[in-house]
Design a binder for this molecule. Structure first.
Ligand code: GRF
Length: 223
């Protein structure tokens, strides 16, 4: 079975969604370890409660970003993962770290990249007046929120939305999209070729994967 390491800093709802997908066999992987840079991350407590190896590597214990990334990389290597998934991991990673795990490092970002990189994506989407918003699973590179796009999910922006209501709508899609994208990579269905993720399937895989999920309310009526 393929091995997955999850990096998180907070609530861990994407980690929970990934775990639930593994339990329902939609995602045939073993979560080999969860690593947090914050001692109080609820996601770390969830991992412990579920009996998953849970490690704290507190970035405040390290003198430099490089020293932290070295320790983080060593802890990841201990778990021998096929893929490392960032799920609300709130640290900028060094170029050396990204090179060390090149091709094995993915993230979920709460916007339709390349729009709204960085923080406060839902508020920025509302201020820009966009009609659709969403989330993106992408490869992590040294260039923040710039790596090759793996999959996206689209939700409507409703009149009267606040950053909170929009965020909740996007998060529900994140929980569907991330396990699907991870399954597609680890099955070999998706391959990174010339900096683009390409679907290799040609009907040879029996699980469903769509690189773009769309909230059903966005689709026109069929009659
Ligand atoms: C998600 O919105 C994700 O897109 C972003 O950080 C948030 C993490 O949420 N990268 P959670 O900790 O998985 O609940």
């Amino acid at each position: 079975m393929k091995r997955l390491v999850i990096l998180l800093s907070g609530r861990g709802s994407n980690f929970r969604a990934i775990l639930e997908a593994t339990e329902r066999s939609r995602l045939p992987v073993q979560v080999a370890a969860v690593i947090s840079n914050r001692p109080d991350a609820p996601g770390l407590a969830l991992a412990r409660d579920c009996g998953i190896p849970a490690h704290l590597i507190d970035h405040t214990d390290f003198p430099t970003r490089e020293a932290f990334d070295q320790a983080l990389g060593d802890a990841i290597d201990q778990a021998a993962p096929d893929l490392v998934a960032l799920a609300g991991f709130m640290r900028i990673l060094t170029a050396d770290f990204c090179r060390r795990f090149a091709g094995r490092l993915v993230n979920i970002h709460p916007s339709l990249l390349p729009a709204f990189k960085g923080m406060n994506t839902h508020q920025e989407a509302l201020e820009a007046g966009v009609r659709v918003h969403g989330c993106t699973v992408h490869t992590v590179t040294a260039d923040l929120d710039h790596g090759p796009i793996i999959a996206q999910a689209v939700v409507p922006v409703h009149a009267g939305d606040s950053a909170e209501t929009l965020s909740a709508r996007v998060l529900a899609m994140e929980h569907r999209l991330y396990p699907m994208a991870i399954a597609a990579i680890l099955s070999g269905r998706l391959r990174l070729i010339n900096q683009h993720w390409v679907d290799q399937s040609r009907g040879t895989f029996d699980h469903e994967f769509s690189p773009c999920l769309v909230d059903p309310s966005l689709l026109p009526p069929t009659h």
